[in-house]
Design a protein around this ligand. Sequence first.
Ligand SMILES: *Cc1c(COP(=O)(O)O)cnc(C)c1O
Length: 386
Amino acid sequence: MDFSYILNHLGEDRDNYFGSVSPPIIQTSNFAFKSLSEFRASMGNEFSTHMYTRGNNPTVQILRKKLAALESAEDCLVFSSGSGAIANAVLSQVQQGDHIVCVKSAYTWTNKLLKDFLPRFGVQTTFVDGRDLVAMEDAIHENTRVLFLESPTSMHMELQDLEACAKIAKKHNLISIIDNSYASPIYQRPIELGIDIITHSGTKYINGHSDIVCGVVCASKEIISEVFANEYMTLGGIIAPHDAAQVIRGLRTLPLRIKQSDESTKKICAFLAEHPAVEKIYYPHHPSFPQYELAQKQMSGCGGLFAVKFKTDSQEKMEAFFNKLNRFLLAVSWGGHESLVLPAIALYNIPGKEKSDMPVGFVRFYIGLEDVDVLIEDLREAIAEM
Ligand SMILES: *Cc1c(COP(=O)(O)O)cnc(C)c1O
C-alpha cells in the first residue's frame, strides 16, 4: 500500500488551481451551470456532479478519495461525526422488522443507536461476545441483516477475528460493518479481510489534532452511491469544506503520528507491566494480552490506546494518582497529539446512568506525541502517590 502517494498526491488536481500544493477550500453552498442541459443532467445524477454542497463539494471529494484509497475501498463518504457515520451506515442496511447482531461493549453511542433508537423503528439487535464465534453465529436469525463489529473495542480492547466474521456474514447473507477507529487504516485493513463497510471516528487518528469532529464510511461504489442518494442527502450530516481541508492536513502525518503513539505505548506498557502497582494491562500487542496472536495476525500495529487495572480498590488512592499526573489530561476521546486518561471512577455515581461495572483501579490511557521519557517519569511519580 503506497500510503505516501495517497496522502501526498491522490485526488489533488493541482493543474486546476495554479499548482497550489495545498488544495483550495471551495467554500460554496451551490454550483452554477453553463447551460440548461448541463443543469438538467446534474439533476439526474447528483452523485457524479457538483450541484449543492450537501451532496458533492470538491474539497470534500479530495478527502473522500484519500480515505477510500487508505481503506482499499472503492468509495467513501465523510460525515460531521463518527456517530453520524455509524448511524448512516447502519440505517442504510435495515428496514422495519430486521435484526442486527452486534458485539458487546461497542462504542457508547453505537450501543445507544442499536439498543434504544432503532427499536423505535422496529429494528432489534442481539449483542454477543465478539470473541465467541459460535455465540455470534447462533445469534443470527432469518431476519438478520447486519453484523456490526468493533475491533478492538475502545475500553477493554477486545478483538474479533475479522476474517472469520466476514465468512460468517457471507454465509448468512449479512452486510458486515466494522468500526475501525482503534487501529486506523494504517494498522488494520478490514475490506481486505472481506468486511463490507468500514466506519471511522475521523475525530481520532484521522484528523489527529483534537480540533475537528468528523466520521467516515468506506465501502463499494454500489453501497456508497445508495447511501449518498438516501441517508447522506436526507439526513444531511455532512462535513463542511473548511473542516474537510483541516482533515486533509491532518491526514498528511497520519502514519508518522500513529507510529509515534505505537512506539511510545509499547515502552509505557513495558514500564507498567513491571510495576508492582499494576495488576493487568489491556493492550492487544502486549504479550500478556489473551488475544495477542490474533492481534498480531490482523493488526500490523496497535497505536496509543490501552487500559490498565491497578492493584487497588481505593478511590482515594486513585484520586491521588490522577491529581499528581501532570502530563496526562483528564478527558474523553483520543487519537490527538496529547496524552489522556479516562478513569473508571469518573463514570461512577452519575445520576440517570447505569452503574459502571468497571473496577476502581481501571484506567484507559491514550498516549500522544509527547517525549515518552517525560510521560514515563510522570507516571512513575503519580503512581508513587498512590
Ligand atoms: C469516538 C468514537 C466514535 C464516535 O465518533 P465521534 O466522531 O465522536 O462521533 C465511534 N467509535 C469509536 C470507537 C470512538 O472512539
